[in-house]
Write a protein that binds this ligand. Structure first.
Ligand SMILES: [Zn+2]
Length: 455
């Protein structure tokens, strides 16, 4: 049965080519018309006037570690997708680790799909993995609905998700390129014979163990492989996840200028936290690659402004407080990963607004470009025919992040105590409000997104 028409209006609707006062008409979960703010229509059954709060497309976060099945004590689909919704995110893509089993073959992917039940509060898709030992299983995995694969060029932290060497990466990127899918790379390359350094509680000691040139060298290897595949007549798409080292930007720029489809993401922690201010003994700040110095950070912001980095995504990667060594403060043995899924937009907006970024630019980085990476053309933008997913955002209001407002599983985050600008007033998924004024207001209604089968 066709649903009645709903009208959302605001003085600031973030459309693909600019922000303006507008009305959005939606029906059956889809945007059917864009009109002036004062538009009136007798067929409209409900009007939501958000006044000065901006209407953004629902954010798309293509980098989330949900860890279910197998490590549901770290996180899970229920808690992660609720936290995302509270952050204005309407689509997340789950990483192929640290769940058990890791998502490196069709059977493991089926196990993941089997535990979803009705846990998905928002739309959720999945990456597969390309490791040192799953080459023969890759084609079947790619055919089963993952959005692409992720590989590590350095130890992943898990024995069962093996890093690839150059030749293994070349072979798997060839298979993925033939499928026309993106190949995500955790790009750090550790020189052979690197000695284990003592870190203890010292952040500076930890930082020295993961230098910037490890990232640059790995990215140079990826570019070289892309050049080989291009000569073979393929069109590889490599995507560098969580870029931290600004020193890699020159080779990224020249690779892109030469026509290679090399896309790049970075994360809020690299853009709002910096090494000089990280206290020792606080493992909630530990992640790989590490958060670097302030001058490095300034170059990342410039690269976002210049269009050299495509997306900002969370890399939400939680674990239990015990594994994070919250009590002992030992960085050396603490699990790496930052928790902060729901705070991305406020964290970024707080900094970006003072650096001359518009809400439109931030919307492109956090909604439209990640949707493009995934080929989700009906997501990440407010236009006729798109899914009616929205993030209602009050850019001039603020709040302080505290433990009570965290919706991910464990109340651990380096952002606790931080004052931020911009409040998520409401989140809409497929034509209905699912979160409003701090409360979830809907049953779980997210869909599992399988590549090529979501419409
Ligand atoms: Zn990650």
């Amino acid at each position: 049965m066709t649903q009645s028409i709903i009208q959302l209006k605001s003085q600031q609707v973030i459309l693909p080519h600019g922000a303006r006062p507008a009305s959005i008409l939606i029906q059956d979960g889809t945007i059917i018309s864009l009109q002036d703010y004062d538009y009136e229509d007798q067929k409209v059954s409900q009007i939501y006037d958000y006044q000065d709060a901006a209407i953004l497309p629902g954010l798309v976060d293509s980098h989330v570690h949900v860890n279910e099945p197998g490590r549901t004590d770290w996180e899970g689909f229920d808690t992660a997708t609720h936290a995302a919704a509270a952050g204005g995110i309407t689509t997340v893509i789950d990483m192929p680790l640290n769940c058990i089993p890791v998502t490196i073959n069709a059977a493991a992917f089926a196990e993941k799909l089997a535990v979803l039940d009705d846990k998905l509060f928002i739309d959720t898709g999945f990456w597969g993995g390309a490791t040192a030992d799953n080459f023969v299983e890759l084609p079947e995995l790619l055919n089963n609905g993952v959005f692409g694969v992720k590989s590590f060029t350095i130890y992943s932290g898990l024995e069962e998700f093996k890093a690839v060497n150059r030749d293994q990466l070349l072979n798997s990127m060839r298979v993925v390129a033939k499928q026309g899918l993106p190949h995500l790379i955790h790009a750090e390359l550790e020189p052979e014979g690197t000695k284990t350094a003592s870190i203890g509680k010292s952040y500076q000691s930890f930082l020295k163990t993961r230098p910037a040139d490890w990232e640059t060298n790995a990215i140079a290897m990826v570019i070289e492989i892309m050049q080989i595949l291009t000569k073979e007549g393929l069109k590889p798409h490599a995507h560098i996840v969580h870029l931290s080292a600004a020193s890699a930007l020159p080779i990224i720029r020249s690779a892109r200028a030469s026509g290679l489809n090399l896309t790049v993401e970075t994360c809020p922690h690299y853009l709002v936290l910096h090494a000089e201010a990280i206290p020792d003994g606080e493992a909630s700040y530990k992640c790989c690659p590490p958060i670097r110095e302030q001058d490095n950070q300034a170059l990342l912001w410039q690269a976002l402004k210049d269009g050299d980095i495509d997306c900002i995504v969370s890399d939400h990667s939680p674990c239990t407080p015990q594994l994070k060594n919250i009590d002992s403060g030992d960085l050396e043995s603490a699990w790496g990963g930052i928790s902060g899924l729901q705070f991305g937009l406020s964290l970024i907006w707080t900094e970006a607004r003072h650096k001359g970024f518009s809400l439109l630019e931030i919307t492109k980085l956090m909604a439209e470009k990640p949707a493009d990476l995934l080929g989700l053309t009906h997501k990440g933008r407010i236009e006729i025919g798109a899914q009616a997913d929205f993030c209602i955002f009050a850019p001039d209001q603020g709040y302080t992040i505290n433990e009570h407002c965290i919706h991910h599983k464990h109340k651990v985050s380096p952002y606790i105590g931080r004052k931020v600008d911009g409040v998520i007033k409401a989140t809409w998924l497929a034509g209905r409000p699912i979160y409003a004024d701090g409360e979830f207001c809907s049953p779980s209604r997210g869909k599992a997104l399988l590549k090529g089968r979501y419409k």
